[in-house]
Write a protein that binds this ligand. Structure first.
Ligand SMILES: Cc1cc2nc3c(=O)[nH]c(=O)nc-3n(C[C@H](O)[C@H](O)[C@H](O)COP(=O)(O)OP(=O)(O)OC[C@H]3O[C@@H](n4cnc5c(N)ncnc54)[C@H](O)[C@@H]3O)c2cc1C
Ligand code: FES
Ligand code: FES
Length: 500
């Protein structure tokens, strides 16, 4: 049985031969003539194409908002796709999120509205499902913070965000006080169409392979070393929609249960290749609370609901946000192939611009992060970009310092993004810091050495002078902030935290 099966609203769809790079948006608009979902940018930035996905997690329905424009249809196997056309209740009324948009006059031209509604809808549905996340009362400020996060991936050019946030406030608490409708029927259908076996399809010149286990993945990768590995597709999707690349062979990692695991032991946190940011964030924040703002500044809710942490490593980008943070924490990655596993330090994965230490028959199975054991360990991450959310970094920095009993520096790992062709440690600066007293003058002097560690480039994001100045200032800021003992501001929205 190779058909891709999913629910479109309440309707079961089976596709025998579909292009692995047909986007959900094009399928909806051109094949299903469902034009409520709009196309603005076709690159995951504006949110006009936001749709809802419902899937089973531990037997319960979990909802997420995603960008249909860069999501490939084949990845919906075993899930339910919900669009703005599906939200009306059985008695013909609007969904509370839609009704609040009407009541608060939160729509003018209406182009962005389905996207805002679907972002709100996914959040509403999850809040109903998750009583332990319920809050008795939410302050106005807290609601605004939450809604700003929920809608960070939705742009509106004409209404203004005031009425949209007001609309959000009217459904946010309502969601937590409204019991969910009976979802047993959808759960039963999704269980029946769960893709437990591997699948393979051909359409014209394209092949789609959906392994269901790590051993099958290593086997098909050995047979097809030139295939494109697809995880969340938030990079790969743009190769298709913006660069118009034809991907002849696509191997999807997202149906392999073993790659969806997050394992937490007493000293390490391991995140599998198919774990999204949204899934990893609660536990990352639990162990590294100083990363919370950094993580919420990564892209938008929709992108974090699809994109994976490992995909951010694998793409080899010099401006990916996760590698500097993970390198400063001394993370390792596991590279797996039919011939076995290699465990390497993440920093050694990045060889030079566009070149990584990965053989074509290997994939990254997981990233393994040491927990902050020592109370003397100082760790902080910074992102410099033009916008707060939904923006690529000009410079990012992550600093890890261990001090001995006399406040002398024992260990220093200072890693930057956007300063070289790969994420890179400031090795000369680090060496100079070792053995020195942890004081402001030490850091101010050491920061000057960054000019010897890095020769950054100028591009449209930032000039080389700006990058270098910022890099120095961030190191000084790290020292100043290390003197502040107050707990980090909590931004967390939904999500459960589980850890042994
Ligand atoms: C609107 C928008 C905003 C964004 N904002 C940010 C941001 O703020 N910060 C940031 O760092 N990035 C950002 N990104 C980039 C992107 O979201 C991240 O790089 C994301 O982590 C990629 O993960 P993915 O699962 O979507 O990868 P995919 O697109 O599926 O894959 C990315 C690359 O990695 C390869 N790959 C994936 N998994 C594996 C594996 N297990 N083993 C080997 N190779 C693999 C793929 O073949 C491909 O080359 C943004 C993207 C968009 C569209
Ligand atoms: S069309 Fe803009 S995010 Fe999809
Ligand atoms: S109502 Fe016109 S873009 Fe938002």
């Amino acid at each position: 049985m190779n058909a891709i099966r999913f629910l479109l609203g309440q309707k079961l769809i089976e596709l025998e031969s579909v292009s692995p790079t047909l986007t959900v948006l094009n399928y909806l608009r051109y094949e299903q003539k469902k034009i409520g979902t709009k196309e603005g940018c076709a690159e995951g930035d504006c949110g006009a194409c936001t749709v809802g996905i419902a899937e089973l997690k531990d037997g319960q329905l979990h909802y997420r908002a995603v960008n249909a424009c860069i999501m490939f249809l084949v990845t919906l196997d075993g899930k339910q796709l919900l669009t703005v056309e599906d939200l009306k209740t059985a008695d013909g009324n609007f969904h509370p999120v839609q009704q609040s948009m009407v009541d608060c006059h939160a729509s003018q031209c209406g182009f962005c509205t389905p996207g805002f509604v679907m972002s709100g809808f996914a959040e509403f549905q999850n809040r109903q499902c998750s009583p332990k996340n319920r809050l008795k009362t939410m302050s106005d400020e807290y609601q605004t913070t939450q809604l700003t996060q929920i809608f960070a991936g939705n742009l509106c050019r004409c209404t203004g965000y005031g009425p949209i946030i007001e609309a959000g406030k009217s459904w946010l608490e309502q969601a937590e006080n409204t019991p969910p409708q009976d979802r047993a029927c959808i759960v039963a259908v999704l269980k029946a169409i769960e893709p437990l076996e591997s699948k393979q399809q051909r359409s014209d010149e394209q092949t789609y392979i959906q392994p269901s286990s790590v051993s099958e993945l290593t086997e098909v990768l050995a047979q097809n070393p030139n295939a494109t590995l697809l995880a969340g597709g938030t990079d790969v999707g743009l190769w298709v929609t913006k660069q118009h690349k034809i991907l002849n062979q696509v191997i999807y990692l997202g149906q392999i249960e073993a790659l969806k695991q997050i394992e937490c032991s007493s000293n390490r946190l391991e995140i599998g290749a198919a774990v999204t940011y949204s899934e990893a964030m609660p536990i990352l924040i639990q162990h590294f609370p100083m990363m919370e703002e950094y993580l919420y500044r990564h892209s938008s809710t929709q992108i974090r609901n699809s994109g994976t942490i490992v995909g951010n490593i694998a793409n080899g980008s010099p401006i990916g946000d996760m590698p500097p943070a993970l390198i400063a924490l001394n993370a390792q990655i596991t590279l797996t192939s039919q011939t076995g596993q290699r465990i390497i330090l993440l920093e050694n994965y990045f060889i030079s611009y566009g070149q990584q230490d990965r053989r074509p028959d290997e994939f990254i199975e997981k990233v393994s992060i040491p927990l902050l054991g020592k109370s003397s360990a100082l760790f902080k991450v910074y992102k410099i970009s033009k916008r707060f959310e939904q923006d690529i970094s000009s410079v990012s920095a992550a600093f890890y310092i261990e001090l001995d009993d006399t406040q002398h520096i024992q260990t220093a790992r200072l890693c930057y993004g956007g300063m070289a062709g790969t994420p890179l440690r400031a090795t000369l600066t680090e060496q100079t810091l070792i053995g020195q007293l942890w004081t402001e003058p030490t850091l101010t002097d050491a920061a000057l050495l960054l000019a010897e560690d890095f020769s950054p480039l100028s591009d449209f994001r930032a000039s080389k002078e700006y990058r270098l100045t910022i890099a120095m200032n961030l190191l000084k800021k790290f020292f100043i902030q290390s003197q502040d003992q107050s707990p980090p501001t909590q931004l967390s929205i939904t999500g459960d935290v589980t850890c042994a």
